[in-house]
Design a protein around this ligand. Sequence first.
Ligand code: MG
Length: 347
Amino acid sequence: MGEITCPVPLGNGRRILLAHGGGGRLTRDLVENVFVPAFRNDALAVLHDSAVLERPSGALAFTTDSFVVHPLFFPGGDVGRLAVNGTVNDLAMSGARPLYLSLGFILEEGLAVDDLTRVVTSIQEAAREASVAVVAGDTKVVERGKGDGLFITSSGVGVVVAKRPVTPSEVRPGDAVLVSGTVGQHGVAVMAVRDGLAFAAPILSDCASVADAALALLASGLDVHCMRDPTRGGVATVLNEIASQARCEIAVHESAIPVSEDVAGACEVLGLDPLYVACEGRFLAFVAAADADRALEVLRARPETAQACRIGTVRQGGTPGLVVLRTKGGGDRVLDLLSGEQLPRIC
Ligand code: MG
């Protein structure tokens, strides 16, 4: 990436007009004054119909996701930071080093230009932290009432650095299940703002890149079979997805799953189960049992994954697709997929 400068503040109370998406002078103003200065890099600077990129040596990982979080700004992040980290994390979960992002912005007529600039600045910061370049983008404007401020679709490309596949099909009976930190913070942070709940100290979203930690784990040479970030649907949903895809039974211990006191308290007030609440800066890793302790050492040596712990095991000869929770009370219960949407527009 070339030199980075801040977007020129062209807000001053200005709002997005339909003409900002019309392809004319206002579109050019927006591109030249807001987007290009923030994301400055050689590929983007060409301002042509597509970015032309050097081909990395290795297989490519390619992912896409849309971000419709409401509200756009929440404690610990915003829709822009979420778009970058969500995409970067999905690439890393496939064992890839994130390289490039393409961002599509759907703006609603009337959005404050200052809010757009704030989101763009936050994308710039998150992209720099995650060492990815925003090399392509698009902006469209929809009429007032036809959007909700700002939606972002983000696609990312990375180069696979994992020496072996890191996928659910690699999960084996006996594998240890690790989580990289406390769960449920992102969902609770967003829901608390949305519901107007005030806590003594606001609960911050965990929104962050986990790419460096995930890649450090792979680089350690330990036997890592699968990784996945527990976003929408939280840890319980991801465990169900993997148990089903790997055709195995997974057992987890409720007392081993780290939930901060704040999040546990807020979940009680909001009527949520933290195991189903989205994280945006955490990941689960399935690691050969013999390597579990060393994997935890690798993770705990890093500040962002210092609270990593082992939460469960892939059972020998269990029921394929089943996830069992050993509760704090000592009983077993099935941790099922939820029917219906627990937390709409959380990411
Ligand atoms: Mg994911």
